[in-house]
Ligand binder design. Structure first.
Ligand code: ADE
Length: 219
């Protein structure tokens, strides 16, 4: 999958070049390109924002540099995403569907937003990552890319996907690793028993308990 990210803040994206997503790129499962919108500005000072018509707080990103940056990467098959608090809220099913696309283009808004004509012309899918407002689309883009990448074949194991939170409708059970005792706290005995049936039963109970306590809305 090719992912092109259009942004005024390319330096924000170093996170995507670490850990699991770094390995996914090295293995050729994802090609990630960060495109600096400012490089496409036709303004002599490379300006990319301006005051909103009609007045109001803050600055808006102007249409021309975003449009030209988009033209430089678009293909017939591109799926365009604009992270925005007014979009549909991301869930695992949406991420799974996005993971099947061949080419994604993310447009990162910043400041008070972008000129609405970009939305009208490019008709991106607007996706929110939750009911709160961030200062730009960079973090939401990283959240969406990280979330969808986990569904690309071979990026993480099938087992990790099937046992994680939300996969079964419940939150994931607690996990422990060495040492067996830490700060006086012991690993639950059942996990050391080697009895796989009992371990599975304990994990299921723990999942249900957590879900009931933290997310009763999921039940
Ligand atoms: N941009 C600013 N806030 C956002 C949010 N909650 N989701 C997606 N994009 C955003």
């Amino acid at each position: 999958m090719i992912i092109d990210i259009l942004t005024l803040f390319p330096e924000s994206f170093s996170y995507l070049n670490s850990s699991i997503l770094k390995r996914a790129q090295e293995a050729g499962k994802i090609e990630l390109n960060i495109i600096d919108i400012r490089d496409f500005s036709k303004d002599k000072h490379k300006k990319c924002d301006d005051y909103p018509f009609g007045g109001g707080a803050g600055m808006l990103m102007t249409a021309q540099p975003i449009f030209d940056a988009f033209q430089s990467v678009k293909k017939d098959s591109s799926k365009i995403i604009f992270p925005s608090p007014v979009g549909k809220v991301l869930n695992p099913e949406m991420a799974k569907n996005l993971s099947k696309e061949g080419h994604l283009i993310f447009i990162c808004g910043h400041y008070e937003g972008i000129d609405q004509r970009i939305i009208e012309l490019l008709k991106p899918e607007e996706i929110s990552i939750g009911d709160y407002v961030l200062t730009g689309g960079e973090l939401p883009t990283m959240v969406i890319v990280d979330c969808l990448a986990r569904f690309i074949d071979g990026v993480i194991t099938e087992e990790s996907l099937s046992e994680e939170s939300f996969a079964s409708g419940n939150l994931e059970y607690p996990q422990y690793t060495r040492p067996q005792v830490f700060q006086g706290l012991e690993v639950p005995e059942v996990l050391l028993s080697g009895n796989h049936q009992e371990i599975a039963k304990w994990r299921k109970e723990q999942s249900q308990l957590r879900t009931k306590e933290n997310r009763p809305d999921l039940i």
